[in-house]
Design a protein around this ligand. Structure first.
Ligand SMILES: NC(=O)c1ccc[n+]([C@@H]2O[C@H](COP(=O)([O-])OP(=O)(O)OC[C@H]3O[C@@H](n4cnc5c(N)ncnc54)[C@H](OP(=O)(O)O)[C@@H]3O)[C@@H](O)[C@H]2O)c1
Length: 308
């Protein structure tokens, strides 16, 4: 049994991961910005203040592993310049604080598993060679998300210098009923409308929440995992395939399918619309070659599980 410290553990991924870890008998410490009381013996809360670089040192000294998830939501609000700054700094400053804590606080941490995102890669048009899915060795895109991911990943690099095993997971679009993209996709379908975004031809590299949590646990448990791995299912799909399959699972034949025009998405989402219209085909080859197997390798299997 180990103690796992999860930064941003109150969020979508952290909550599911906490459930899975405690079910396996592990103890979880959730590092959060606001004090909370726990209802479970296996979960405790500790606080940090990323802006003033303060952290509960006992959380660091008690942990066997750290999972670093914290960061301001990328798709929660429109991308104003202030919001963009918060998206970047919440990640780089929290990374820097973790590095400082690991350098200064005596600890027994064996490995740190950090979230990153497939936003690292940009759009399919930028692939080289064309038609090859994005792999971990490819350079970060120059647009906002690519640059954010580059700075985010760079901020935790010094963790290796303090002798800790460091794994970074570039996470795809997480499919969960508790939050993120799927409940948004479901909203119009409830009213019988399958709303394909733009042309619908853009590729979505997704992962079922359960497989993502299993990936984090796989990275914790396997000492041979080190460096960057894409956390996406082996079968990316187009937005149209995903939307129509979802509508079929939820409504049978009783839905109409329409395309939400690009200009409407631009008005509704601003610069963020670029992200929902972006095609990104990302490879899962590296994590599979490292021995990880997916419970939900196809979108059909994932939606069968999630839509009941
Ligand atoms: N969900 C996805 O589809 C997806 C895809 C790719 C990558 N990721 C990445 O994976 C990580 C976890 O994702 P998630 O979906 O679980 O995110 P989430 O639900 O938004 O949770 C993130 C947590 O980070 C903390 N946080 C928020 N703003 C912060 C700030 N300004 N400074 C420090 N901490 C802050 C919050 O915890 P407290 O309020 O308790 O402090 C929050 O619960 C994120 O970094 C996200 O970018 C997610």
């Amino acid at each position: 049994m180990s103690t796992i410290l999860i930064t941003g553990g109150t969020g979508l991924i952290g909550s599911a991961l906490t459930d899975m870890l405690t079910a396996k008998g592990h103890k979880v410490i959730i590092l959060t910005r606001t004090e909370k009381t726990s209802k479970s013996n296996n979960i405790t809360f500790a606080t940090w203040d990323v802006k003033s670089q303060k952290i509960d040192e006992s959380a660091i000294s008690s942990a066997d592993y750290i999972v670093h998830l914290a960061g301001a939501g990328v798709a929660d609000k429109r991308w104003t310049s202030d919001r963009k700054k918060e998206i970047v700094e919440s990640r780089t400053q929290s990374g820097a604080l973790l590095v400082k804590a690991l350098q200064q606080v005596p600890n027994k941490v064996k490995a740190v598993i950090c979230a990153s995102a497939i936003g690292w890669y940009g759009k399919d048009e930028n692939r080289s060679p064309k038609k090859k899915a994005f792999t971990e060795d490819m350079r970060a895109d120059k647009e906002f998300l690519g640059e954010t991911c580059r700075l985010w990943e760079e901020s935790v690099e010094p963790i290796k210098e303090v002798g800790k095993r460091l794994v970074k997971l570039r996470i795809g679009i997480v499919l969960s009923n508790e939050g993120g993209a799927l409940p948004e996709f479901k909203k119009p379908v409830k009213f019988g409308i399958a709303g394909v975004l733009g042309s619908g031809k853009q590729v979505v590299s997704w992962i079922h929440i359960e497989d993502l949590c299993r990936t984090f646990i796989y990275a914790i448990e396997n000492e041979n995992l080190e460096g960057v791995y894409n956390a996406v299912a082996p079968t990316p799909v187009t937005n149209k395939e995903l939307t129509l399959l979802l509508a079929q699972k939820m409504k049978g034949r009783f839905f109409v399918h329409l395309h939400v025009p690009v200009f409407v998405l631009k008005v509704l989402l601003g610069e963020l619309s670029v992200e929902v219209l972006k095609s990104a085909t990302v490879s899962s080859e590296k994590i599979r070659s490292a021995g990880f197997t997916f419970l939900y390798p196809s979108i059909e299997s994932a939606l069968d599980n999630l839509i009941r």
